[in-house]
Design a protein around this ligand. Structure first.
Ligand code: GDP
Ligand code: MG
Length: 162
């Protein structure tokens, strides 16, 4: 049985793009509009000979539930199913109310949480990651899913914690 890595976070932070890069395929659909991805949500990945399964919880939707209920439900699934939780935020928007809602859920788990600040496409966004320390979920890891920056650091942490 492979360890399970679950990706959580509010819509439009880059979860599906990160998922696609981790699983090394382009089968998932990435949409520009928040909350309208119709993605493949389960796949597997590998890093430094360690194999694992990955869930993009953002692709799990339940009926017509309002947005905040959806992301809370997705976080619950991650906390139930995962060995390692990857919480994705982004540097462009800073910490939003919805990010804080997800963090509030994750404070309840004993499972390892890896805090990712995505959309750090260049050094100009680098300073934006510091405010994420205030979430109290450890050191934020800066990534750019479109350019693949920070993926070595993120995957090192994932396999270290699983
Ligand atoms: P999700 O809703 O969290 O799954 O987010 P998506 O992966 O669908 O990405 C939402 C939008 O952000 C898409 O337009 C992506 O191309 C874009 N995006 C994702 N990662 C990055 C990144 O690292 N940098 C930039 N500039 N855009 C990104
Ligand atoms: Mg998505």
């Amino acid at each position: 049985v492979l360890p399970v890595v679950a990706i959580v976070g509010r819509p439009n932070v880059g979860k599906s793009t990160i998922f696609n890069r981790i699983v090394g395929s382009r089968v998932s659909i990435v949409e520009d509009e928040p909350g309208i991805t119709r993605d493949r949500i389960y796949s597997s990945g590998e890093w430094l000979t360690r194999k694992f399964n990955v869930i993009d919880t953002g692709g799990i939707e339940i009926g017509d539930e309002p947005f905040v209920r959806q992301i809370k439900h997705q976080a619950e699934i991650a906390m139930d199913e995962a060995d390692v939780i990857v919480f994705v935020t982004n540097a462009r928007d800073g910490i939003t109310q919805a990010d804080q809602e997800v963090a509030n859920m994750l404070y309840k788990t004993n499972k390892p949480v890896i805090l990712v600040v995505n959309k750090v496409d260049d050094v100009n966004f680098r300073d934006q990651i510091y405010e994420f320390y205030s979430l109290g979920l450890g050191d934020p890891i800066a990534t750019s899913a479109v350019h693949g920056i920070g993926f070595g650091d993120m995957l090192d942490q994932i396999v270290l914690q699983m």
